[in-house]
Design a protein around this ligand. Structure first.
Ligand code: M6R
Length: 594
């Protein structure tokens, strides 16, 4: 959700800002903008270039200035347009903002009554107006006093014409990191964007301010008091992926075997003994996550309940935080988030921690906000995931969660579950799943014009079906429902008609016949049926019109590989339909607002 960048460099910083915005586009790409502050006689002069569309729209003659701020937008308040693009300007100030000002209507009404005229529909413009009105010669004090009036979430970076060479930033519930390297100082929404630029980084906590001035970075509290901080080296795993051939999504699917192997290597080194007491003692667990990560959480529930006998209450984070969950002392709360910055998951984890629960994070970003608030972090090592649709991170989330379930089993029964050794077969099995791609490609070509489809499964296969449906909706813009096959007769069967595509995943031997019954039922009503299974026998005996053989690993772990053909299918559907899989409409990679 929106990416912000600020930079001070002894030389012109336009190119640095521009290249950072290209990297930040995964956070939002409906408009982009840059404001530069050039030192002149008696102060500085702010110039602004902003436009609807991606960062490439800002290309052109370099703008003048040693200090600058930039923004990629994911619209919340106000449609994507030149006027709503950031930076927003008021008086001597320019501002970029990531977050949502929840009390903006009230503030806007108050400012309008005082004679302020707004040139955008954004909540963000309210902040820069507040700063301009609060200003009496002290830049930092004006920003701090404006922030005191905001509720909601924000990471902001502000320029002031009276202070060339200076950027004042604030963070509350939206990520913000400072970096230094190569003769430049930065503030940014994420660490990967700074890779290759900054050598040292330091993250701001909620309520903290960052002030770049005099060629130095200062962390301050709201009263302007210095907060001691330690910078660390940019972690190697944060290094941004370079774009090669094809879309990021295709390349990220191709990286799944390697991502699983790297994650396994990291898991082997993880000291689970540090949370043994909780894993052994928890009478129940919660799992909180959003979107794809929520599907991974559902798979964890299956494993932990069936194999460890520990009930797992699985919630989407956005529901968990508002439904008075019965979470408390002694509970284990597993929070799953690729980015570690998803606002709802962070709040769910904070709420659980506040109630005395033990928070175990599963995240792909070691220095994320989620990792810093959790008691214990299990790191996925999927590498940077740029495409908005989660692919390799999902496979790695599943791997981590099965690994955690195995640890729970170990601490409870003093032995690993029978499938533990099969975890190490997953990278190879994932590679073998690529053999399904030609079938999935032909299927995507055949189904390009369909408007909707079903994905069916039973038990753990329902989760795979749900994830397949989410991918198809998200990037191919086809309505898809991931559904428990046994539920068809209770309503959804009504939509099935001639040629309606129904794809079933059937990997659990005790349920294959049940899934086959469902395929028979939809086929009798004209559906175009597709079946994925690792069993040659099940495929041979099926009525499905299109069959695809999955690689074989133990049934518990099948979700890790069964989803791969579906990820690829969604990607092919998207490409066949002429869309960009990396930047689906209306979405952004990191959902840092509620
Ligand atoms: O970074 P997170 O794992 O917390 O993100 C959660 C969801 O926003 C994310 O998985 C989303 O559903 C994906 N874009 C789906 O492909």
């Amino acid at each position: 959700m929106c990416g912000i960048i600020g930079c001070f460099s002894q030389n012109n910083c336009y190119e640095k800002l521009f290249s950072a915005l290209r990297k930040l586009e995964y956070r939002g790409y409906d408009s982009a903008g840059i404001a530069m502050l050039a030192e002149g006689e008696g102060g500085g002069k702010i110039s602004v270039r902003k436009k609807k569309g991606g960062a490439e729209g800002l290309a052109g003659a370099p703008m003048a200035g040693e200090t600058g701020i930039g923004h990629t937008r994911w619209a919340t308040h106000g449609a994507p347009s030149d006027a709503n693009a950031h930076p927003h300007v008021a008086g001597k100030f320019a501002l970029v903002h990531n977050g949502i000002v929840e009390n903006y209507s009230r503030l806007k009404a108050e400012l309008a009554a005082a004679g302020e005229v707004f040139s955008s529909e954004t909540d963000s413009e309210v902040i820069v107006k507040l700063i301009a009105r609060a200003y009496a010669g002290d830049f930092f004090a004006a920003v701090s006093s404006a922030c005191a009036r905001l509720s909601g979430s924000y990471a902001i970076a502000v320029l002031c014409e009276d202070f060339p060479g200076e950027i004042v930033c604030a963070r509350y519930k939206s990520p913000l990191v400072a970096g230094a390297g190569g003769g430049a100082l930065y503030v940014c929404s994420d660490i990967p964007t700074l890779c290759g630029e900054a050598e040292y980084i330091c993250t701001a906590a909620d309520g903290e301010f960052i002030r770049i001035c005099g060629g130095e970075i200062h962390f301050l509290d709201a009263a302007g008091r210095e907060i001691p901080k330690t910078f660390s080296r940019v972690p190697p795993e944060s290094r941004a992926q370079e774009k090669g051939r094809g879309s990021y999504m295709e390349r990220e699917i191709a990286e799944i075997p390697r991502a699983l192997a790297d994650t396994l290597a990291g898991l082997k080194k993880t000291d689970f003994a540090r949370c043994a007491r909780v894993l052994r003692g928890a009478k129940r667990a919660f799992a909180v996550a959003c979107g794809t990560a929520y599907h991974a959480a559902l798979a964890f529930k299956d494993a932990a309940e069936s194999d460890c006998g520990i009930p797992v209450l699985c919630h989407t984070s956005s529901e968990f935080r508002y439904r008075a969950p019965l979470v408390g002392e002694g509970d284990l709360v597993v929070a799953v988030s690729q980015s570690g910055e998803t606002a709802d998951t962070l709040e769910a984890a904070r709420l659980a921690k506040g109630r005395g629960a033990y928070v175990l994070a599963v995240t792909n970003v070691a220095q994320s906000s989620l990792a810093s608030l959790a008691h214990f972090t299990v790191a996925m090592r999927a590498g940077p995931e740029i495409a908005v649709a989660a692919t390799k991170s999902y496979n790695c989330q599943l791997l981590c969660l099965y690994y955690i379930a195995a640890q729970m089993h170990f601490y409870k029964f003093t032995r690993m579950p029978p499938w533990f050794s099969s975890l190490f077969e997953l990278p190879g099995a994932a590679r073998a799943a690529f053999d399904c791609f030609p079938t999935m490609r032909s299927l995507a070509e055949a189904l390009t014009d369909k408007r909707s489809m079903y994905f069916l499964g039973r038990d753990a296969d329902v989760v795979t079906a749900m994830e397949g449906a989410l991918k198809v909706k998200e990037i191919a813009y086809i309505f898809a429902e991931g559904y428990a096959a046994g539920e068809l007769k209770h309503g959804t069967l009504a939509l099935v008609e001639e040629g309606f595509p129904v794809l079933a995943v059937s990997t659990l031997s005790r349920l294959t016949q049940k899934t086959e019954n469902a395929l028979q039922e939809v086929k009798s009503r004209g559906a175009f049926t597709i079946l994925l299974s690792q069993s040659a026998e099940v495929l041979a005996e099926s009525c499905a019109a299109c069959k695809c053989r999955l690689p074989d690993v133990c049934e518990r772990l099948m979700p890790v590989v069964a989803v791969i053909p579906l990820q690829y299918f969604a990607c092919r559907m998207c490409l066949e339909r002429g869309y960009n899989p990396d930047k689906p409409r209306n979405l952004a990679k990191s959902v840092t607002v509620e």
